[in-house]
Design a protein around this ligand. Sequence first.
Ligand SMILES: Nc1nc2c(c(=O)[nH]1)N[C@H]1C(S)=C(S)[C@@H](COP(=O)(O)O)O[C@H]1N2
Ligand SMILES: [Mo]
Length: 349
Amino acid sequence: MNSDRLPPGQQLAAPGKWPLVGEREPAPAAVDWRVCVAGLVDAPRSWSLNELRELPQETRSIDIHCVTRWSMLGAKFTGVSLATLLGDARPTTEAKFISFVAHSSRGHSTSLPLEEALQLGVFIALIFAGAPLTSEHGGPVRSVTPGRYFYKSVKWLTGIELLAEDRLGYWETSAGYHNRADPWHEERFVASGISKHDAARILAERDISDRDLLGLDGSDRELTGLQARGSLLRNANFQRARLSGACFAGANLSNARFIDADLRDASLTNADLEGANFSGCDLRGADLRGASLFGATFIEPGRLDSAHAEISTAAILDANTRIDRVALDALTPQQAEFVARFLDTDSSS
Ligand SMILES: Nc1nc2c(c(=O)[nH]1)N[C@H]1C(S)=C(S)[C@@H](COP(=O)(O)O)O[C@H]1N2
Ligand SMILES: [Mo]
């Protein structure tokens, strides 16, 4: 059905549910919200919301793909094309990159090559599904970049800056997100800077708490009781690793792979498990309370239709596996249905 519109490794979010990702609110707003275009342009200028509404509006149906593996197809946004704004501001010939800056407490931004932004048809959205964009989803105005992971679409847009050199955005610098972000090529994260040899040395210490180890390869290792409290392990590979009794409390394991790993009695409390893959992983006695589960996988989606899911593709859970029932809201319906079978009502807090 929609499989030709779903890039590799993505799953549909629950129908009608638009997950909230990243910052939840803008910085306290000035009364008069303006979007300005500045930097390498002939005519720097800014628009109030009313002035934006007076420009030619377009409505576009966009397939949203979040790097944490949920997708929402056919999201209807209405707003002004970037080309319209740049037609007025006129980038100089030196302008090669464009940065979209949010009015947010962490000064969030993201960037694109200018030519690519125009080719992709970036636009500035004020309306979602016929109603003003809600604040949590970037209202009053956000950028929308079709054809890229959704972190290339900034919420609470106030600044558009034309640049000669690229200026990496928030996720691209602080989280190792890939700067090209093409979902069809799964450009989620930059490659790990840690060699397999260094990974072995680091893991031999048995305590990697609070360390930044993006993309660490711990596959096939004997890591029983590993201490990884608060460590940054986005995109880490723990395929088939023996991790029973390990502690990942508060760790960032976004998009980490635990396929066929042994996580019995491990603690993953308050961990960021967005997009993590637990197919075939033994989670008996594991504690996932307080963890964020957007886009997490517990059973390979392809196997869900068959009544007899192959055992190797499904996580192993039991009544001692601790997962907050509310956290299931972040899963796709199929994943939630699979996990819910194992939760007895007493163990969900
Ligand atoms: N200002 C701002 N914009 C942002 C983010 C953020 O944290 N702050 N997160 C990005 C990411 S990673 C995603 S997936 C989308 C999420 O938008 P949503 O919360 O409306 O789904 O916003 C993007 N734009
Ligand atoms: Mo995202």
